[in-house]
Design a protein around this ligand. Structure first.
Ligand SMILES: O=C(O)CCC(=O)C(=O)O
Ligand SMILES: [Fe+2]
Length: 480
């Protein structure tokens, strides 16, 4: 007879990936465990600064990393900024988590209609300890902080990130922006760019995370290693790190050698170029800063506990503004109104950018223009497969189409994609999950060059809405 936790987790897994019959078919927890464990060795291209917060002022951080859009690993923040959760025996202790929030439901996935799949944390902890899944379920929960003083009160936004300009539109209206992460080893997040041009910080309290980052301008096809995925391979983070990335690395190396051979007579040194990809391991107590526009993927090497937030500061404001004015048209109007009072210089920047790009805000459109935009949007909706609530990004877009599409980092200009207001309810689900939805659409013959081209623009909006499908919300939210 199965135990309650086993039944609850089975139900959750079925909802999250209904078509997956065998969650351990790739044998990453058994036959291929060494392939996974090899990721614990030092990466080959670790071009990233690692610096203690004790020797990095906020001003230095802005000048050296935030303004030039360069990632960095900052250590010791939880300790120096006195996070309760960072103390031994708190977030790093599953017994503590079970005791404090064991009865609470945490989001571990999303069903095909976009509804959250939740389980009690104490059940999830049993699963985490015993599962042999290739790519286990991952707690990626944005609600826990509001509802839960225990978690909310035990960390603080690091002092390097004092600005949070989306807070001006109010907690209810703003896109979700903070997540508590509890990831069994082998779970992870597929390659993506964070939404709306926002930057992010991610602090690990327990366990190690393996990262790969690609600078803005890298094509989606390269970052996602689309040319290196074999037929029938799964598209989870573990498959990416264990199988696709080594193939991509090899291909990049080959290309570099070729380039080098061709230009060996040239005097230009490649040592000051931005590297093609950055790989590193993040250890407990370390905070990764991910600037907007960088592709990244993450794999939990151990059972890990972390917190992450996305933000808009005065430094990345313009980039975020250009995404938001078209991705969240109505919210952008309210945002601009609020900025005019509290941050007039930024509001002027936004208005200047609008003028320069001949961008018309939603509130300045005539009724006729609004109607025609809505109509166009509806028509594009109709083209989609019924039930597909999210316009997906994909690891299965044919490489030729994906290559032809502009990359998300260059999509700042008025990207009035029909789908930019539709988002899954978390940035995490969207990755592999959304790719599967894309597959579904493609199978139904709905794939077009246009939808492929816009998919990454959607992707850039992944966390930009915490709305779930409204009807049946209560009923559909799993209460296990
Ligand atoms: O820690 C992770 O799994 C990755 C988090 C991430 O990239 C994100 O939340 O956007
Ligand atoms: Fe991210």
């Amino acid at each position: 007879m199965k135990k309650t936790w086993e039944r609850r987790l089975e139900e959750a897994k079925k909802k999250h990936r209904p078509k997956l019959k065998d969650w351990s078919k790739d044998a990453f927890a058994t036959r291929r465990t060494t392939d996974f464990e090899e990721l614990s060795s030092a990466p080959s291209s670790c071009f990233i600064d690692r610096i203690s917060c004790r020797s990095l002022s906020t001003q230095d951080f802005v000048e050296r990393y935030e303004r030039p859009c360069l990632p960095v690993i900052i250590s010791d923040i939880p300790q120096e900024e006195c996070w309760e959760g960072g103390k031994p025996g708190c977030w790093d202790s599953f017994a503590w988590l079970k005791d404090k929030v064991g009865e609470r439901l945490f989001k571990v996935g999303e069903d095909d209609d976009g509804y959250k799949v939740k389980v009690k944390l104490r059940y999830f902890l049993r699963y985490l300890a015993q599962n042999t899944d290739d790519s286990p379920l991952y707690v990626f929960d944005s609600g826990s902080f509001e509802e839960d003083k225990v978690l909310m009160g035990t960390y603080a936004v690091p002092s390097y990130f004092p600005d949070d300009l989306f807070s001006l539109v109010g907690e209810k209206r703003r896109p979700p922006y903070k997540w508590f992460l509890l990831g069994p080893k082998r779970s992870g997040t597929c390659v993506h760019i964070d939404p709306l041009g926002t930057s992010a910080w991610n602090t690990v309290i327990r366990g190690r995370k393996r990262w790969v980052l690609f600078p803005p301008g890298t094509s989606k096809s390269v970052a996602k290693a689309l040319d290196h995925i074999k037929k029938g391979e799964d598209d989870e983070a573990i498959n990416y790190f264990v199988d696709f990335l080594p193939r991509l690395r090899q291909e990049m190396k080959r290309q570099q050698q070729q380039k080098h051979a061709e230009s060996s007579s040239s005097s230009s040194s490649s040592s000051d170029e931005i590297p093609q990809m950055i790989e590193f391991t993040q250890y407990p107590g370390e905070t990764v800063f991910v600037p907007g526009g960088w592709w990244h993927a993450v794999l939990n090497l151990d059972d890990s506990v972390a917190v992450t937030q996305n933000f808009c500061s005065s430094t990345n404001f313009l980039k975020v503004w250009k995404h938001t004015r078209s991705g969240r048209k109505k919210m952008a109007c309210k945002w601009l109104r609020k900025l005019k009072t509290s941050h007039p210089a930024l509001a002027r920047q936004a208005e200047e950018a609008n003028r320069a790009d001949a961008f018309t805000m939603w509130s300045d459109l005539t009724e006729e223009e609004k109607r025609s935009k809505k109509k166009k949007k509806k028509e594009e909706e109709k083209k989609k497969v019924p039930g597909a609530t999210a316009q997906p990004t994909s690891t299965v877009v044919p490489a030729t189409i994906a290559k032809a599409s502009t990359d998300a980092s260059s999509s700042h200009s008025a990207t009035s994609t029909s789908n930019s207001n539709e988002r899954p309810s978390s940035k995490h689900d969207s990755h592999a999950k959304v790719a599967r939805k894309e597959k579904k659409r493609k199978l139904a013959g709905q794939e077009t060059a246009e939808s492929a081209a816009s998919s990454h623009i959607f992707e850039a909006n992944i966390v930009s809405c915490n709305e779930e499908p409204k009807k049946k919300k209560k009923k559909k939210e799993a209460t296990n």
